[in-house]
Design a protein around this ligand. Structure first.
Ligand code: UT7
Length: 356
């Protein structure tokens, strides 16, 4: 191409479909208190969680991902659906170590032949997945992407571990991204992504991978289950999410006050409020559904978005900041201006709201 010919603009990934799905079974704090040394008041005051949804025996992450993916495709326009040639599933609880979960999800959604792969960044997976999708669309490698965050933490959390069993829930959230222009509402961008593998020990499932298998030793019960050093993770979550959000805002030239909705990974209501306070954002701008679904890992941001969009709490033109933190350690943020979207169905009924 001669040097004086203007280059066509790089395509941006534009949000055009959104939905969330949780398995129907609800586990309340009261039900947990029947089998664990805990109580509803402790859980609500320490985490803001009132209930969570849990998969049925035999139900795997792909089953949840397919439900969310199907609903998200339904909310996107026909042209956008026709352009979807890539399926990304981000999860910490794949159906099995091999193969990846995305190809089976693509096949079950009638998208056989699409590029399909998993992204693993624990609870930061959705933001990493958005950045991956944006890069694939910008390079022309993808014409449209179905990105699904899905996790069934109930399969890795020891049901008798009171510190973790109270926090996590199962669910899936999905978005459809089409190729568009960077200035359009819905264009995702101004990413900040980071990691600190020196603190891999803070959030782990020790068994099931090559590290444990190569020893030849049978894994212990504890090694087979999710472990988290909660108090340390809490501190890292607040500082890393606030720092990452600031970097993304700086890249975009947005001031904190420009943010209409802050949508953080739904780790724990106290963490979300601490990050909002650190950023100088009024807590009311914090989008949260943690009371109803708990921490759903890679699903948490798209589920919270779907819940807010279904209730019309996020409206076209609103400026949205997404920030996540998870095992790895990993963290990430990105920004978008909310587009005109067909409202998704409500992903779950709201639990009765009483003052904590
Ligand atoms: O998604 C990845 C990111 N994940 C997160 O960001 C989660 C981060 N961490 C947290 O959300 C919080 O650390 C927890 C909710 C896990 C725990 O809350 P905490 O306020 O940090 O409590 P703690 O771990 O410091 O424990 C305080 C006390 C302990 O008792 P002692 O040692 O003070 O006697 C715990 O044994 O609370 C006890 N405890 C409980 N008591 C009743 C821990 N879990 C429970 C429980 N019910 N479920």
């Amino acid at each position: 191409m001669p040097s004086n010919t203007p280059r066509p603009p790089t395509p941006a990934a534009v949000l055009c479909g959104l939905a969330g799905w949780v398995p129907p079974r609800v586990v309340t704090n009261g039900e947990l208190a029947e089998r664990l040394d805990t109580d509803d008041a402790w859980i609500r005051t320490r985490t803001g969680i009132r209930s969570r949804h849990v998969a049925e025996p035999g139900q795997a992450t792909s089953d949840l991902a397919v439900e969310a993916g199907r609903l998200a495709l339904r909310t996107a326009g026909t042209d956008a659906v026709d352009a979807v040639d890539t399926v990304i599933v981000t999860t910490t609880t794949p159906d099995r170590p091999c193969p990846a979960t995305a190809p089976v999800v693509a096949a079950r959604l009638g998208l056989a032949g699409a590029a399909a792969f998993d992204v693993g960044a624990v609870c930061t997976g959705f933001v990493y997945g958005l950045a991956t999708a944006a890069g694939l669309i910008a390079s022309g490698a993808a014409g449209g992407v179905l990105l699904i965050g899905a996790d069934t933490y109930s399969t890795i959390v020891d049901p008798l571990d009171r510190a973790n069993a109270i926090i996590f829930g199962d669910g899936a959230g999905a978005v459809v991204l089409r190729a568009g222009e960077a200035h359009e509402p819905g264009a995702v961008g101004h990413f900040d992504l980071g990691s600190d593998g020196a603190r891999e020990d803070l959030i782990t499932v020790a068994a099931g991978g090559s590290r444990q298998r190569s020893t030849g030793a049978e894994p212990t019960h504890a090694e087979l289950h999710f472990a988290m050093r909660g108090r340390e993770v809490y501190r890292h979550a607040v500082t890393r999410m606030a720092a990452s959000a600031r970097i993304a805002l700086d890249k975009a030239g947005w001031k904190t006050d420009d943010v209409d909705h802050f949508v953080p990974h739904q780790a724990n209501l106290r963490i979300l409020h601490s990050v909002a306070d650190d950023l100088g954002l009024p807590r009311e701008r914090c989008v949260t559904d943690v009371d109803a679904v708990g921490n759903t890992g890679a699903a948490s941001i798209p589920l919270a978005l779907a819940d807010a969009a279904a209730g019309q709490r996020i409206r076209p033109g609103d400026r949205v900041l997404l920030t996540a933190f998870g095992g790895g350690l990993t963290w990430g943020s990105c920004l978008l201006t909310w587009p005109e979207l067909a409202p998704p169905p409500h992903p779950h009924p709201r639990p009765e709201r009483t003052t904590p």
